[in-house]
Design a protein around this ligand. Structure first.
Ligand code: GAR
Length: 212
């Protein structure tokens, strides 16, 4: 059965585009029912509109606190993804229990590091500052911590001499665009189960190669 998705964004939306492209190409059996941005005018909204996906802007600044913002998001998203998943694709707000309790184990995030390394903001710069030679990206289920939920898939990316934050971010994004739709397809196929709080995939899971 096709997976219903709501995608939350704050910026460029290249991960949203990767999801839309995978659906279009028949690699992902899902439907993006709604794209919500907490920031008006971002490129992600144009990408959604171009794919005829409904969009909504919910500016967090219009709400007195995180719980009120999250309660409104729940109201908007619940009818749209009754049985589906919420994907945080470059969504730069921390969600509270108000939101997470409404979609238990059904909120996914893509993060630009090999978690548990470099959680939080600007993971790419954090990796450069530490001088690691390998970093990458992670798809994980969202829990109450910052980028601490169960990891579903990761891809490794080398840090090259002379990398800037932007060259490294671009190399990581290429891998994000591969692993996020892949994980969603596994979920769509009913291959993900949680065993003792840890994700297990049944059947043959295609290997996600290391970055060149
Ligand atoms: C991506 O690199 C994503 O992993 C990161 O923001 C970028 C969004 O790009 N997310 C986080 O840092 C969340 N903590 P996109 O808007 O082009 O998909």
């Amino acid at each position: 059965m096709s997976l219903d998705l709501a995608v939350l964004v704050s910026g460029s939306g290249s991960n949203l585009q990767a999801i839309l492209d995978a659906i279009e190409a028949g690699r992902l059996d899902a439907r993006v029912r709604l794209v919500v941005s907490n920031v008006a005018g971002v490129k992600a909204l144009d990408r959604a509109a171009r794919a005829s996906v409904p969009t909504l802007v919910v500016p967090h600044k219009d709400y007195p606190n995180r719980a009120a913002f999250d309660a409104h998001l729940v109201e908007v998203l619940r009818p749209v993804v009754a049985d589906g998943f919420v994907v945080l694709a470059g969504f730069m707000r921390i969600l509270t229990a108000t939101f997470l309790d409404a979609f238990p184990r059904r909120v996914l995030n893509i993060h630009p590091s090999l978690l548990p390394a470099f959680p939080g903001v600007d993971a790419q710069q954090q990796a450069l500052d530490k001088g690691v030679r390998i970093t990458g990206c992670s798809v994980h289920l969202v829990d109450a911590g910052t980028d601490t939920g169960p990891i579903l898939a990761q891809a490794a990316v080398p840090v090259l001499d002379g990398d800037t934050r932007d060259t490294l971010a671009a190399r990581i994004l290429e891998q994000e665009h591969a692993i996020l739709p892949a994980v969603l397809q596994w979920i769509s196929e009913g291959r993900m189960q949680l065993v003792d709080g840890r994700p297990r995939f049944s059947g043959v899971v295609p290997a996600l190669g290391l970055a060149r």
